[in-house]
Design a protein around this ligand. Structure first.
Ligand SMILES: [Zn+2]
Length: 323
């Protein structure tokens, strides 16, 4: 979800280190759930670069055995024939506002009704949409939190929902078992995304940290790929409090956005009005160890990935192949 790393990667020097590590499926952080600055494997980077404030306070991590994000190993994922199709109902009238929280921008929804909910798939209960946000890089070569066979995407969308059958509010659900469900969608560079542009056009109104603007009548289902295929696993928030309360549902197919649209994200600022400007980029957490977890899929992975990767480029909808 909303992010950070022990070494915020604002220094170009460190970015190749991170991307190389992610390609190799390595983790730049310790497996132990301790305060992030103490576990940066790039010794001394925190003092040289400074940390995003989100990572500077005490960080509570209950256990640290199912942290997110992870690298999804396609051949290690297990097809589960019992996984139901995911049912998604979003009502544009529940969209309220955009908020720059100093780490990302959150598009927030009215969750006092059952108008925007998901159910089915790996979920035993109904979950209400609370907000969505993105993670992205300083350039198009990185930015996603999850990776697929070590492939990094330039950005990743997270639609955050809470379990309204077991809990009374998002704030209650966030720390609890089976409290949250997050749908993740990878973004790749390609065609202009017409529906996303309405959001991009509003971003200058929330350029600085702690700014907020009304944003009505937006249907987030326009940001979902047609393909119903997904991976799912149990994990955590990717920002403090890093609670291990999340059922992740990661869509296999990415959506396409234009380079200019992604550049619109990068024009936002981590900083408040009057502070030295720092562009909002690289707001993702590094990969975490899979440990004793299995990633399940609702589709059968193809054995001949290379052959079907070509096909996936040809078909706009749902090739059961690469991405
Ligand atoms: Zn997120």
């Amino acid at each position: 979800m909303v992010l950070a790393t022990c070494c915020r990667l604002t220094a170009p020097l460190l970015l190749p280190v991170l991307t190389a590590a992610r390609r190799q499926g390595r983790d730049l952080r310790s497996r132990e759930p301790l305060p992030a600055p103490a576990f940066c494997s790039l010794a001394g980077c925190s003092s040289k670069l400074g940390l995003h404030p989100i990572w500077q306070g005490p960080i509570r991590i209950p256990g640290g055995t199912r942290q997110s994000p992870i690298d999804i190993r396609v051949r290690d994922s297990v097809f589960d024939p019992h996984l139901q199709p995911l049912s998604i109902t979003y009502d544009p009238s529940t969209c309220l506002q955009i908020w720059n929280n100093g780490y990302a921008f959150l598009v927030e929804f009215d969750d006092s009704t059952d108008k925007s909910v998901i159910r089915g798939g790996p979920l035993k209960n109904q979950f209400k949409l609370k907000q969505f946000h993105f993670h992205w890089g300083a350039i198009d070569d990185w930015g996603s939190e999850h990776t697929v066979d070590s492939k990094v995407f330039p950005a990743e969308l997270h639609l955050v929902h809470w379990n309204c059958c077991k809990y009374a509010s998002f704030e209650e659900a966030i720390m609890e078992d089976n409290g949250l469900a997050v749908i993740a969608v990878f973004l790749k560079i390609g065609k202009h995304h017409q529906e996303l542009q309405k959001l991009i056009d509003a971003l200058p109104l929330v350029k600085h940290k702690d700014t907020l603007t009304e944003f009505k009548n937006f249907d987030p289902s326009c940001l979902l790929p047609y393909c119903p295929d997904y991976w799912t696993y149990f994990g955590s928030l990717t920002t403090p409090p890093l609670s291990e309360s999340v059922t992740w549902i990661i869509k296999k197919r990415p959506i396409q956005v234009s380079p200019n649209q992604l550049a619109g994200f990068r024009n936002l600022l981590f900083t408040s009005v009057g502070e030295e400007e720092k562009n909002m980029v690289d707001n993702f957490r590094p990969l975490q160890p899979l440990m004793n977890r299995t990633v399940h899929s609702n589709f059968k992975p193809m054995l001949d990935v290379a052959r079907f990767k070509e096909k996936s480029e040809e078909h706009a909808h749902c090739p059961h192949a690469g991405f």
